[in-house]
Design a protein around this ligand. Structure first.
Ligand code: 5AD
Ligand code: SF4
Length: 433
């Protein structure tokens, strides 16, 4: 057999891109993945378009790759992901070093595209085929892997929040059939996986199972050897009764939920086309906490959305105070070409920065409080790898907090009971029970 060529993939953005990068690597026959771009025969940038900064990074990275291509003219460079979808043709025209552009719905055609660039041609594919892009890919290899894995079950979004490019870059909502997901989950478990995070841009709108996402989670619960299930990212309006109930009684579903609200002012929520109010979100959180009192909540926030006043922003702070988050992501609004909000007058940059600082101060204080509240409690920890200190292992708790504890290395890939003895803002210390 010919020696495999080397593939280097740089992943930007969300967890769905992390999953896609794995699947792309598996699709590329005759290549093996390398962590060193200098030894690569092909470099793929798996890009993110969600905010302007994310997209700019791609152009600067392409600039940095130029010397590599000069030194090794056979090196092929490709752009995948959401920037490829949105600006693929322009990238190809502007950056002669790019050989290949592939949108996120066309990864199953990578082998054909690769064959084309191997002949010295350029290849571009940014179609939105109607079928599951993973269907044509091989089964996942069963080679031993780490204890946690992502599994994409749904892609695309029909919600059209007025700030967001996802409905344009990832297309309409598509759900993968449940039987294929179950097969993939069993293959992952056989490869050593104990925890699966189900991914989708709108994962709780999943409809590939009669019982929706809750039905899929219950079916996955039957998979022997799979101990933990998580899912992300969700929209409040798709949080149905069955999913709330699953948080209460499905043992393998972990007590952590990422449920973005974006803003706390109804005026802003309406302008964002979120189709829910601050009040309805808070009531939903109450119902979730009634089902699972220790649920750790996480969220996304945008500050400085067009038209956001100081009063609107204070409503966001009030909502955060009422909900109490265990962790959160917050961003300054970034106008995205082609989205409705990009047509509206932008809030002053200094005002955005100041609001972001205030929001992040509040969210960090809440995160520290959530970490502190764990001290003295006993939690399940799935150990992943050795810690920084000799004799230590690190892993994630049920509530998705990083925990380190003195533990033997053979516990890697195992879930152990740990008593939490100390808390820092981003990690917990504990001892085996
Ligand atoms: N500007 C700033 N943040 C955005 N997000 C999505 N689009 C934008 C934008 N144009 C944030 C939202 C979303 C997260 C993934 O990224 O908070 O939930
Ligand atoms: Fe974007 Fe809104 Fe869809 Fe989330 S729900 S992907 S923020 S359009």
């Amino acid at each position: 057999m010919a020696t495999p060529r080397k593939l280097y993939i740089k992943t930007y953005g969300c967890q769905m891109n992390v999953y896609d990068s794995e699947r792309m690597a598996e699709a590329m026959n005759g290549y093996e993945r390398t962590e060193d771009p200098a030894e690569a025969d092909m470099i793929l940038l798996n890009t993110c378009h969600i905010r302007e900064k994310a997209a700019e990074k791609v152009y600067s990275e392409l600039g940095r790759l130029k010397p590599l291509k000069t030194a090794k003219p056979d090196l092929k460079i490709g752009v995948a992901g959401c920037v490829a979808q949105a600006e693929g043709e322009e990238i190809m025209a502007r950056q002669p070093l790019v050989d290949l552009v592939v949108g996120p719905q066309s990864y199953h055609r990578l082998p054909q595209l690769e064959a084309k660039v191997a002949k010295g041609e350029k290849a571009l594919d940014t179609d939105f085929p109607l079928k599951d892009k993973f269907e044509d890919l091989k089964r996942r290899p069963k080679a031993k892997r780490g204890p946690t894995a992502f599994l994409t079950v749904q892609e695309g979004c029909d919600k059209f929040c007025s700030f967001c490019v996802v409905p344009y870059t990832r297309g309409a909502e598509v759900s993968r059939p449940a039987d294929r997901i179950l097969q993939e989950a069993r293959d992952l478990v056989e490869a050593g996986v104990r925890e699966i995070t189900l991914l989708g841009q709108n994962v709780n709108a999943y409809h590939g199972h009669d019982g929706g996402l809750a039905g899929l989670i219950r079916a996955l619960s039957e998979v022997d050897g799979l101990d933990r299930i998580r899912f992300t990212t969700s929209h409040p309006n798709d949080m149905d009764d069955a999913l709330i109930a699953a948080h209460g009684d499905c043992e393998k579903l972990m007590p952590y939920l990422h449920l973005p609200v974006q803003a706390g002012s109804d005026r802003v929520l309406k302008a964002m086309n979120r189709k829910h109010t601050a009040e309805s979100y808070v009531r939903l959180i109450e119902r979730l906490r009634a089902a699972r009192p220790d649920l750790a909540l996480s969220g996304d926030f945008i500050v400085g959305f067009p038209g956001e006043t100081e009063e609107d922003f204070e409503a966001t702070l009030r909502l955060v105070e009422e909900v109490r988050y265990a962790s959160a992501f917050s961003f300054k609004y970034s106008p995205r070409p082609g989205t409705p909000a990009a047509e509206r007058a932008d809030v002053d940059e200094d005002v955005k920065s100041e609001r972001l600082q205030r929001l992040q101060a509040l969210l960090s204080a809440q995160q520290s409080a959530a970490q502190e509240a764990m001290v003295g409690k006993e939690v399940g920890v799935l150990f992943e790898k050795p810690g920084r200190m000799p004799g230590q292992m690190v892993g994630k708790s049920d509530h998705l907090m990083a925990v380190h504890a003195e533990a033997p290395q053979h516990l890697a890939g195992q879930i152990a009971r740990v008593r939490i003895t100390g808390a820092a803002p981003h990690s917990l210390a504990g001892e085996l029970v």
